[in-house]
Each structure stands twice: as structure tokens, then as C-alpha cells.
Design a protein around this ligand. Sequence first.
Ligand SMILES: [Zn+2]
Length: 147
Amino acid sequence: MAMCEMCGSSTNLVTAEVEGSQMKVCQGCAKYGTVQKSVHRSTWKPRKSDQPEMRVVRNYAQLIRTARERKGMSQEDFAKSLQEKESVIQKWESGTMKPRLNIARQLGKLLNVRLLENDEKKAFVQEKKKVASELTLGDFIKVRKRK
Ligand SMILES: [Zn+2]
């Protein structure tokens, strides 16, 4: 049976930190220490991704085709080695369908070509937006000063 480590009472026990050590104490004695409200403190932290935004390069179709041909593979062989349908390869190589990011990464490794690039456009758009809002604020101040 748990008892208060300070007075021996067995009612309303809480865990409190008293002078640096954890003790089971009653509510009455808890005021001498720091009561720990959350015993199960979560150590999980949301992790911000530091991976830059990636996108498939614009000339992916040409890159895939030339790299495949350089390897001497037919579309059929290539499809088999990727466990994809031949029609999928045809779509990639004709530029009618972009491979998904994870597939493009896999393809790039396999063919020794770079099919992904940093999505600088996204970053650029964000930068432009920032500049635009600063300009607006600047103009606003100018207008007010003029009056
Ligand atoms: Zn007590």
C-alpha cells in the first residue's frame, strides 16, 4: 500500500518533486514540493522538414528516353525492370505523364540521370509575395507622409 513519504497518510497520493527527488506524497504534503501534473510527458516533437521542395525536371521525357537508349534497353525491358507497364514508360517518354517524385528519384538512380530539381519557382513566388507586401506598406507610408 502506497503511503505519503512525508507523513505516512495513504489518501490522495500524488507524485511531487521535493528538493530534486520524486516522492509519493499526499495532497497536504504536496505543497512542499512541485507536483508533476503530466507523468507521461511526450517526447515527440513535430519535425520541420529541411528537405527542399523537389519537382520533376521539365525535360524528363527526353532524359528518360535518351538514358534508356544509352543503356540499350527497349521500352519493354525498361518497363520490366521497373515493374511498370510499358504504356507507362511510353507516357513518360512522350511527356504526356510525369513520373511521381519517388518514382522519378528511383528512375534517376537507375538511369544515372538527374530527374529532380529544387522547386525554385515556389521559393521565388514566396519571395516575390514578400517583396510585394513590403512595397505596399512602403507606398502606404509615403501616401500618409504626403498629406
Ligand atoms: Zn503527507
